[in-house]
Each structure stands twice: as structure tokens, then as C-alpha cells.
Ligand binder design. Sequence first.
Ligand code: BGC
Length: 915
Amino acid sequence: MSTTSPLTPAGLRCAHLVNPLGVAPDRVRLSWWLEGGGRDRAQTGYQVVVTPDHGRADQGPAGWDSGRVASAATADVPYQGHPLARAGRYSWRVRVWDEAQQVSAWSEPARFEVELDPDTGWRASWIGLGPIKEEFRPPAGAGPADPLRHAMNPAPYLRRSFKVSHPVASARLYVTARGLYEARLNGERVGDAVLTPGWTDYGKRIAYQTYDVTGLLRPGENVLGALLADGWYAGFTGFDAKRAGAHYGAAPEFLAQLVIEFADATGTSTSQEIVTDGHWRARFAAIRHADLLMGERHDLTREPHGWDAPGFDAAGWHPVGCRDLDGTPLVADPGPPVRVTQEIAPVGVSGDVDGQYIADFGQNLTGWLRVTVHGPAGACVRIRHAEVLDSDGRLYTQNLRTARQTDEFTTSGGPEVLEPRFTVHGFRYAEISGYPGEPGPGDIVARVVHSDIPATGSFESSAPWLDQLFRNIDWGQRGNFISVPTDCPQRDERLGWLGDAQVFARTACYNRDVAAFFAKWLDDVADAQHESGAFPDIAPRLSIPWSGSPAWGDAGLIIPWTLHRMYGDTGVLRRHFAAMTAWMDLLERDNPDYLRTHNLGNGYNDWLAPGDDDTPRELLATAYWAHDAALMAEIAGATGRPEQAAGYRALRAKIGSAFADAFVAADGQIVSGTQTAYVLGLHMRLIPEELRAAAASHLVDAIRSADWHLSTGFVGVGYLLPVLSSTGHDAVAYRLLEQRSAPSWRYMIDQGATTIWERWDGWTADHGFQSASMNSFNHYALGSVGEWLYRFVLGIDQEPGSAGFQRLLVRPHPGGPLRSARGSYRSVHGLIASAWQREGGQFRFQIQIPPNVVASVRIPSADGSGVRDAAGRGPAGIAAFPGAAGVQEAVFEVGSGTHEFTGPPARAWAGEPPL
Ligand code: BGC
């Protein structure tokens, strides 16, 4: 008889989202985690029951009872029941059997709703109000405005009045735009998402959102309304300073289908649909322009108050233009919505001589301001945004290039809230001019805007600057994950660069649950793939020709693999398998001698490496190709394709030999001798095993000769510290981390950085700001060091071959100046928490492991034997600490629960060579 209570399933998700209202049938994969005390807990079986909601006769025979499945799986469980009904509503529950065969209670029910039938489910038409251009005034000094390139549209207001004559049982609003929309129902905003429907290649796929609007309807007259803006569809997008008329379309359009279900006395449901069609009326009003890069201008004296509610006289509103659906796939948004996630009060507001105020929010962030004014009508309040101040204390905006990031408001009198809704700015500072009177406390706040992705990681240590680095990395992620992963949020770029995303992907996964976010974006990547198989450099594709640059194009394969490793997600591998093989076929076709010398696309190489980027292009390219082949072998294996896995292993071996022949000398030196060349060779295991230690020493020599500075750009940086730590050079890794002069992470922090800079020398005392043409202060790529904090400092990692943190490899690497570190990662299996302290001549390590997970805990030690667990037991085994000659590790194999280990001083174990 077990004395522990049964495990409890919790945290139910479908397609990585909590209770999604729109999900494609082939994305219905279920997951949960387990809660329960005690040690060595495990799931031995599960039963999932999916039931259609009652009262919907159209759902047919449906649902799924898996019966008891003998399995440890708690994630990535595909739905295997009757075909799911389009627009069907389902609830689902799970119960589990534990290691003692005790069965849990049923979980709390979770829900999902299936997307509309893409072919027959839509009865709405696209509607819009033709463009009336407003002249865009370019920033001072930018030359005359080119009317074609610079005109911006006012935002259309659209409305439709309709009657509801029966009691409403439920109602759903399916809604999207080519452009951006804010939907309104009876005077209320529908939902809390912003910048909807997000960015896709609108010619290939358009995402829509589904809202439960049951509670917003009322008997009698109702009004469905919408505000529309240009967004990525018709606004300034990217760096070519033209409106997206050139990319997608000239003016925004709206599409909505409101489905209302009534329950009559007999219980049979009837329904009513309100769709976008010729019955709608529209006009331009207060929002004179709204653009993602340029900002917004509102003339609040022109606001038609009450326009989105019943009882409004819409005389004078115009008929809308209508266009039939053209077959572009409409898909339920698979990603998390963009939301306002936080409000930040200024840490200081200074008035300057011209009557302008500069607010400092103490944090470089992405979002906008909400400013409250109390004053007469007709005041013109202008808000400019910048990441940094210049030496005179004014906003430094040159690095924004043509992005104006300026919001302007003409007030209508009385207390009023000034706030944009269809733009986003990257800033720490805002200059407010024309404010009537003096702002009081609470009158100025920054609202933080990004894809609302749950945080999963934490880190704190005895070094405040390292904690700041961790926060800067996460803020960089928050500011740049806005519907797609962008390079930067402030200048006229903000593009979904694949290289940046792949180097940062693993860090991103530790910080936040990005499974759904990346799932959405990988569809954008697939949409942008060239028919030759070339993955693009940016997705959604825009302006730049397909290119498939090494380390950029490879993201099309590396990111799905990373999602599989981190989340155990095989759905994403299956979905993109054909795209990945097409990419591999292309590389092999073009490079028959197994060196990747052809098709290097735009060839960004080790982008922004300090000094000269001397890493040979074909070396970097071939290393990535070999890496791709190794990952493809794993991907093919994980999706049940053993023959293809063997083929990719053989390909990997051929590329590996070609690489070694071409680039690695007999003494382990690598051609060019750059840090990045060594890092790639070592990380991708392209240096013959017997030369690994020698090559790692050459890497250390290269770092020493740079006076203990790194010289890596975007591509080398992510693997630099992991390679040093896994080849026995923790001390060097910590020394790079501690380095205070540029190039280094800590240098940025010493300059007051609150996000990660694009360039190691974004600002220096000698040269001031780096070239204004490319100098973002919020670019996450160099923040890919975050992965090292989790995997090496905290030791939260998994065994090779494990996916979704089922089998942990817990190997902390204490060292450098750190006296302690603690942190956690909430994996798909639940919370993994690690903490260590070096004190009183002892190293203490605690690890919390969730149920259904096993861990190999490795504590480095001089001879391994002195390490004890809390019960005083010694290790199950002693092994060599990887890469560190003469250093051992004590090995403990443990299951779930909290475990503590104590051993001799860390410094002696870390194998730190004299520097
Ligand atoms: C972007 C990068 C990107 C790069 C390609 C830059 O303009 O800001 O982050 O990866 O171009 O080399």
C-alpha cells in the first residue's frame, strides 16, 4: 500500500496554449504536468477523454476516450479520436496512474475550440474604406517627403448595427484584418490582444482570432465596430522606407464573422450571423494616421463619441467597399496574442528649458505611453521616444533611421487619456512636448507590449551585475517577440531575421514558453521558403531576396529541432519535415564535395564580430551544414524514419571528414584561428575527438591573446561559453563573463544597459555612439549567453537524446566570482529548480526535480569521493569531469523530489587552470 497520495495532472494545454479558442485539427496535441510530493514519482499510464460540448448537434459523433494508455508521456499527445468538428467546442480531462498504480482523480477540465472550416466556414467579405492619404512629415533634416512613399492613411472606423431578439446562449467573434484591427462590441473593446491579427505573409496566410463575446451582447440593438490601421500590411515595414503598399496592399481591410447561438424554450439552438458585408458603414475620424514605425496622430476633437454603441446616429457614414474572399488561407492564430503586459512609472521626469518633459522609465522596453492630460481643447501633445540620451541630455534618435516613433494628440478638452493603439516603440526615454500644465504622479506611464508568453526561467546569484545581465536578456526577448521574433524594436527594421532567432532560440525557450510563438513563426518561415528549398534570411519575407545564408537559413531546421529538444514536440518536426529535407537536398545538390562553398546567400558570416570577421565563410557554412545533418538524423529518428536517420548520419560523416581535411591541422589548430572557428568546430564536434583538448587550448590561447576578450559575433557568441565549460575551461568562461572592457557583456551593463546591445561597442567613451546606421540598443542575439547561465551555471540541462527534459543532466559549473547561484526552469514536466552556495569551505547543491523525471546529478570534485547526499550517502559512481584533466565528478542517479548534496570546495574542483 503506497503512503503517498496519487499524482495530480495539472497545467493542461492544447497546442501549447491554455484553452485555445481556435486551433487547427492537426495541431491538437495535448499536454499536462504532474504534481505530487515524495520521491521517485512517475506516471505509468494516462487516460484522456475529450468530449464535445453539449447542445451542439452539429458536432456529430465526436470526442475521444483514449482508455488507459501505458505511457510516461505527458506532452505532445496527439488527439486520436473521431474527426473533430469544425468550429466544434470540446472539453478534455486527463487522469494518470503513478508508479504504485494509484489512479489520480480526473483533472480539472480544459477546453479547446476547433477553427472554422477554411474552405466553407467563412461567409464574410473583406470590407474597407478607400485610402485618403495624409501627408507624412519627415523628421527635420530628412529631406522633402516623397508623397508616394510617405503618405499615410487615417484609420477607418467601421460599424454595423443589428438586432438580437432571443436570449443568447453563446457567441463567438471570428475576426481578422489585412492590417491591424481593434474590434468593439457595444462600446467595449473585444478581448485584450493588441496589434492583431499579427504579422504573416498576407498573400499566403492570414491569422484570425476567435473571441467569446457572449457577455457583450444584449437584447435589442447591438453594434459591432472596428478600428483599422495599416500595420505590417499597408504601413511602413522594414528598412526600405516605403509603405507596404509595395509589399502587401495599399489600405487595410477588415473581415469578421459574429456567430450568435440562441437557446429557445425547447432547447434546440438556432443561430444568427453578422458578417462583414455591404451593410457596414465607415468613416475616418480622430486617428489621422497610425503606423507601426512612424507612430500615430490623433485629433481627439474629431472623435465620434458613442460610435461603437447602440443609439448612435451614423448619418453621413459611408458605405464600405467589399471584396470577396480570394482563397488566401485563413488560419486560427496558432501563437500567443500580443498584449500590454506591464505598466511602468517613470523613475524620473525632468522639465527642460523649452517646456518639454523627458521621462525616464529606467528600462529599455517596447510599447507606448499612456498620458493623462487635464486641460483645454486644442493642445497639441507630442511624444517622441528613444532608447538613449545624447551628451546634452536630449533624445538620441539617429539610430532609429527613418522610424519616427512619434505620437501626437490634439486634445478635446477636460481630463483625457492619450494613448496610441496601432504602433509600437522601442524606448527608455520619452520626450513629451505641449503637455498642458505639469504632469502629476500617475499621469505618465509606459505600457509594455509584446507577445504574451509565459515566463519559465529565473536566475539570481551573488553577483548583482550577472542578475542584471539575466534581466537584460529577458527584456531583450520581451521587446523583440512581437508576433514574430524581430532583430530590434526601434529602428526601421524590426524584421524576423532567422539568424538572430536561431542563435537565441534555446535561451528563449528557457526564459519563456515559446513553443506556440515559434510554432506560428515556423509557418511564416515555411511560407517564405523558396521552391529551390532555400530557407529565407527573414520571415515573413519582405524586400530581401531569398538567400539561405549560413546560420540564417539553417534556422529553418535548428529551431524545430530546438523546440523538440526543449518541449518534446514532435508535431513541429513532422509539420516541417518536408521543408527541412528540401533544404538539405539543396545544400547537397550544390556542394558535391561536402564543403559548403556554394549558395552562401548574402553571407553575413559571424555578423558583427568585433574587429575583422576573419572566420572563413566556407568554414562557418560547412560547420552549419554538418550541424544540420546531425540534427536531421535526430529529427528523422524522433519521427520514426530510421532509414533517413542513417542517411543523414552518413552525410554528417562525409561533411565532417571534408571539414577536418580542409580546416583542421594535425595539432588541432583550425584555419584562421578565430575564436568563432574554434567554437563552431568544437560545438559541432567537427574536430576529431583526439584533437579536442588541443583545439580547446588553442581557443583559450586565442582568448588570452585578445587580453581575455571575446571576438565572436552573432554566430560564435552563443556557443562560446558552453564550449569553454564543456572542454574544462570554466575559469576562462567566467573570466569572459566578468570582463569589464569592450567587447563584453559586462561592459554594456557598466554603461547602464538594461537590454542587450546589437554591437559590443554601441557606445564608447572614445568614440561615442557607433554608426547611427546600425546601432540598436535592444537586439537579443548577443544575449544567447543566457543558455549558458541555465545549462552550466545552474546545471539545468538534459541528457543527449532526451527531449522535453525527461532525463536531466544536472551538472552545475560553479566558478568565477560567484559565491552562490539559484534559478529555475519550468519545463513541460514541471519546475526544475537548482541552487548552490560556496560557503565555509563547502559546496552545497540543491535540486528540485518534478515527477516523472529522472536526473543524473554530477557534482565536480577533486576526487569525487567526498560528496554526500542529505542522508550521508556517497555517489553511485565517479566519472571524469568532461574536458578537465584530473577533475572528477560524483555521480548520483535520482528521481523526482528535492535533493541536496554537499562536498569539498568548488574552486578546487572546477579544474580552473592558472590564468
Ligand atoms: C539585422 C540583424 C540581422 C542582420 C543580417 C541586420 O540589419 O539587424 O540582426 O541578422 O542584418 O546580417
